[in-house]
Design a binder for this molecule. Structure first.
Ligand SMILES: N[C@@H](CCC(=O)N[C@@H](CS)C(=O)NCC(=O)O)C(=O)O
Length: 203
């Protein structure tokens, strides 16, 4: 399995997920500053020319939520997704898709100051998304209760970025506690170290 990635991008989610899975994988940096994403070899893997992307034998895929779901399936022993037939799978899939489908568009709307009708924006509104996320996190410790899953990698990354890097979220106590739990996870820390080493090597 090979991860195509770049530091300080959405590829962090895939990196973190692979570390959570404890699965053997290689990494290849895509040099976004020098057009690495436009190389034909990379476009053949992700026609969008964006990281992350993953290859696994004949399989090739992009989109961080898809990669997280794929990795969870490839490492069932890590327990990062409820098995087929488990009712928890409903909530798992909902929040796995919620990141790209609702959180990210809501961030863009908020940051751009765009006004859109709540009924036609698929995510409703920024405030609605924040209310739903806060309510989903309140029971804790993770989205599925005691079981950490790929949905936490996806949604958790957004909450973490949204509070810290983007400063678009005013955190509720549940969000703050959730981010503290996530960032303390050994796999998250390993992914941060891999990222820091790549940045240091790049100068
Ligand atoms: N929907 C994609 C978004 C991926 C994405 O936007 N990646 C950015 C970095 S955060 C990228 O590769 N940008 C390079 C470019 O567009 O040239 C996902 O969730 O994986």
């Amino acid at each position: 399995m090979k991860l195509y990635w770049a530091p300080h991008t959405r590829a962090f989610r895939a990196l973190w997920m692979l570390e959570e899975a404890g699965i053997a994988y290689e990494r290849e940096l895509v040099d976004l500053r020098n057009g690495g994403q436009d190389r034909p070899e990379f476009r053949a893997i992700n026609p969008m020319g964006k990281v992350p992307a993953l290859t696994d034998g004949a399989a090739r895929l992009a989109e961080s939520a898809a990669i997280c779901a794929y990795v969870a399936e490839r490492a069932p022993e890590a327990g990062l997704a409820p098995p087929l037939g488990d009712p928890a799978r409903g909530r798992y899939l909902q929040y796995l898709f919620f990141s790209s489908g609702c959180m990210e568009p809501a961030f863009v709307q908020k940051m751009m100051g765009m006004s859109l009708p709540k009924s036609s924006a698929g995510w409703g509104s920024f405030d609605l998304v924040m209310e739903v996320v806060d309510a989903a996190l309140k029971p804790g410790p993770y989205l599925l209760g005691e079981a950490f899953s790929a949905a936490d990698v996806m949604l958790g990354s957004d909450v973490w970025y949204g509070i810290g890097l983007l400063k678009v979220i005013t955190p509720t106590p549940a969000m703050t506690a959730y981010v503290e739990r996530l960032t303390a996870r050994p796999a998250f820390q390993r992914a941060k170290q891999i990222e820091a080493a790549a940045l240091a090597a790049a100068g």
